[in-house]
Design a protein. Sequence first.
Length: 61
Amino acid sequence: MARRKIVDHNIRKLTRMGGGRSIGVTLPIEMVKELKWREKQKVVIDKKGDRIIIKDWKKND
């Protein structure tokens, strides 16, 4: 697979997950490492107007 141009690095595609009713988007590994997130970690997803906010899930939030 060809490398992406620097300006296109954070452009992602939506992908249907397992033929079900969910849609997924991949996150750049650099961002995940910077946030110190790990595989299967719980996150909270909020919709604010025309934006989606993804943040770490805290048990007492």
